[in-house]
Ligand binder design. Structure first.
Ligand SMILES: NC(=O)c1ccc[n+]([C@@H]2O[C@H](COP(=O)([O-])OP(=O)(O)OC[C@H]3O[C@@H](n4cnc5c(N)ncnc54)[C@H](O)[C@@H]3O)[C@@H](O)[C@H]2O)c1
Length: 306
């Protein structure tokens, strides 16, 4: 008996890398998978049939999967993905929004197009598929189907802490964390949880970083062996979040780096000062900010570096 037996999942961008690891892991535990992948380059150009490779890998291990070659930044094609899951396997339980591209450059060299395309794939893609999945989940909940729906989104260290040269990607990944928190509130009453993972691995995306080395695929590392940069290191976490056991986990951001699982704390209040029901005066604010908020000398000389 697999922990995901009888469940149906869509994993976007699962033709390569981390998504392929997720799709194979979910299938290993019994889920049937729609393997979505546009099959383009790491910067989002072109298209191809990478989804077929992941489907073949799943089928070779006795699992069930169907390819989908849609583009997550195309709203209608996200709707078609949900429909494909229903037409092929009769239902949908799990959505893993994983597809991604990079177009790095310092902001002064970044074109507006390279900002927009990255936002379209990561943010609009996550939003569009969640939109159609949410409609379906709500209909099921209203019909009394008693589903344990799942949306699992993908953020990154760049989105949570910033990264030089990635104003587009980091903005998109931060937005996905915000989207997750809101979706978690909107869908809780329908029995759906929405969480966000922050994976890691030496994939096509990270191989674009200078000195990173060559990308590899999750199936390059034999099952049971551990590699710190294996793209599938976070896949067991995704499978568990997708399972009924994790029904109590909602609106959380959880990173998985190397062999670690890290539960993230979001923006929270650090220090609060009050004006005492009077307007603030900018010329007098410095002394209080230094003494009461930042705990530095009035010139900020011992202000902690970012
Ligand atoms: N590799 C890391 O260390 C790391 C760290 C944090 C977050 N991430 C995130 O993990 C996710 C997977 O990235 P990866 O590192 O495995 O890279 P990858 O390039 O190996 O995989 C991304 C997949 O998404 C697909 N894709 C791209 N645009 C698409 C679109 N419009 N529609 C459908 N599919 C599309 C690509 O074809 C590719 O197969 C991304 O969201 C990425 O931002 C990766």
């Amino acid at each position: 008996m697999g922990m995901l037996d009888g469940k149906v999942a869509i994993v976007t961008g699962s033709g390569h890398g981390i998504g392929r690891g997720h799709a194979m892991e979910l299938a290993k535990h019994g889920a049937k998978i729609i393997v979505n992948d546009l099959g383009g380059s790491v910067t989002g150009e072109g298209s191809g049939r990478a989804a077929d490779e992941t489907v073949a890998l799943i089928e070779a291990k006795g699992g069930e999967a169907s390819p989908n070659f849609g583009d997550v930044s195309n709203h209608e094609q996200c709707g078609e993905m949900v429909q494909q899951a229903i037409d092929t396997y009769g239902r949908l339980d799990i959505v893993v929004n994983n597809a991604g591209i990079v177009r790095d450059a310092a902001i002064w060299n970044m074109t507006p197009e390279n900002f927009d395309v990255v936002m379209a794939v990561h943010v609009r893609g996550t939003w569009s598929l969640s939109h159609f999945a949410a409609k379906y989940f709500r209909e099921q909940a209203k019909a009394g189907a008693g589903i344990n729906g799942r949306i699992i989104n993908t953020t990154s260290g760049a989105g949570l802490g910033g990264n030089f040269g990635q104003t587009n990607y980091a903005t998109a990944k931060a937005a996905i964390a915000g989207l997750t928190l809101t979706l978690a509130q909107e869908l809780a009453s329908s029995g759906v949880t929405v969480n966000c993972v922050g994976p890691a691995g030496l994939t096509r995306i990270t191989a674009t970083m200078p000195g990173a080395g060559e990308a590899f695929e999750p199936d390059d590392i034999p099952e049971g062996e551990f590699h710190r940069m294996d793209p599938k290191n976070s896949s067991p976490l995704v499978a568990w979040l997708a399972s009924d056991e994790a029904q109590y986990v909602n609106g959380q951001v959880i990173r998985c780096l190397y062999d670690q699982i890290i539960w993230m704390k979001g923006w929270s209040e650090r220090v609060v000062i009050a004006s005492g029901d009077k307007p603030w005066d900018a010329t007098k604010l410095g002394a209080r900010m230094a003494a009461e908020v930042f705990n530095v000398s009035p010139t900020g000389i011992n202000f902690p570096k970012a």
